[in-house]
Design a protein around this ligand. Sequence first.
Ligand code: MRU
Length: 358
Amino acid sequence: MKSILEYDTVSLSDDGTALVIIDQTLLPGEIKLLHLTGQNEIWEAIQALRVRGAPAIGVAAAIGLYLAAREIKAGERGAFLERLHAAAEYLNSARPTAVNLSWALRRMERTAHQTAGGAEEIRAALHRECLDMWQEDIDVCRRLGENGLSLVKPGDGLLTHCNAGALAASRYGTALGPILLGQERGKKLRVFADETRPLLQGARLTAWELARAGVEVTLICDNMASMVMKNGWVQACFVGCDRVAANGDTANKIGTSGLAVLARYYNVPFYVLGPTSTIDLDCPTGADIPIEERDGEEIRSLWYREPMAPAEVRCWDPAFDVTDHSLISAIVTEGGICRPPFGESLRELVSREKGDAP
Ligand code: MRU
C-alpha cells in the first residue's frame, strides 16, 4: 500500500498545462487524480474542498494563476496585468478564511509586477514562482515538523482535529508533520483523531493517511474528546490553522476552539502548527478574521441515505471558529516556536523570516 507521502496532493502537470490534485471529496474510497485547466474548474475544486487545507489551497491557487496567465492573450503589458488581477480576485473568492489563498495570489501578482518585459517574460516568471512555492511548502512543512517533534516524547498520545496532514499541504502537512516524521524515525506517537463534523476530514482524511503511514490512530467522534483527555490518554493537542491574527487568536476548523477549552480544563498543552504564511499581522484579532459559512445541507443530508433533520429546520454551518490566544500554549512554525505573549513573539518571528533587520 502506497503511503500518502508518495502522492502529490497538489502539483503542476509535467507538461505545465494543468493543476493536478487528488480529489479529496472521494477519499477514503477512491484515489482519483484530477487534471484541471480552466479557472472555473479550479475555483470549483477549491470551493468544494476537492483540494483543501490552508497551505494546499495556497499552492493550488498559485498554480491556477499561472495557468490563467497562459490563457491571457499577449498584448499591452498593462492590460495583461489587469486581466491577471481579475483572475487572482476570482480565485481568491473561492474561500475566505485561510489567508494562504490571498497570500499566494498576492505573491504571484507581485512577481508579475516585478518582472520586466511582456506576457512571455511574465508567464515564465509565474511558472518559476508557483513551482518555488510548491517546493517551499514541502521544505517549510518539514522544518515545522522537526520543531513540533521537539515537543513530544516517543509513545505520547496526541489529539488532533480536522486534517492538517499531507493532504492539506504539498507534503507532510503541519499538525500531522511531527507525527509522520516521528513515524519515519521510530519515535512512535499514538493519535486520537476527531472525526470533525460536518465534513468528516478527521475520519475520511486524517485517519486514512495516518493508518496508511502505519501510525497508531484511533478515530473518535468530536464529542468524545473530553473523555479521552479525562482518561489521561493524550499528552498534547496538535491542530493546524487557517489564519493566525497578530494577537495569536487562531482560526481553524469548526470545533477547534471547543477542544482548546477542554484542553485548558484538563491541563493538556494545546499547540497550533502552521507555516509563517498563515500568520496575518494585518488582522489584529480573531474578530477580524472572515469566517466561511457553508451550505447547511452538509449537516442535514450530506452523509446520510435520508436527511437526518426536517427540511424546514434551518442549519447553521460555519466552517471555522476562532480559538482565543489565551488557550494556546504555543504556535509552532518552520522558523521556531512562538510562546505567549503572541503579540510580540509572532511579530519577531515574521520579521526574522522575512529577513528584516531587528
Ligand atoms: O475546510 P478545510 O478542510 O480546508 O479546513 C482545513 C483546516 O481547518 C486545517 O486544519 C487547516 O487548513 C490547516 S491545514 C495544514
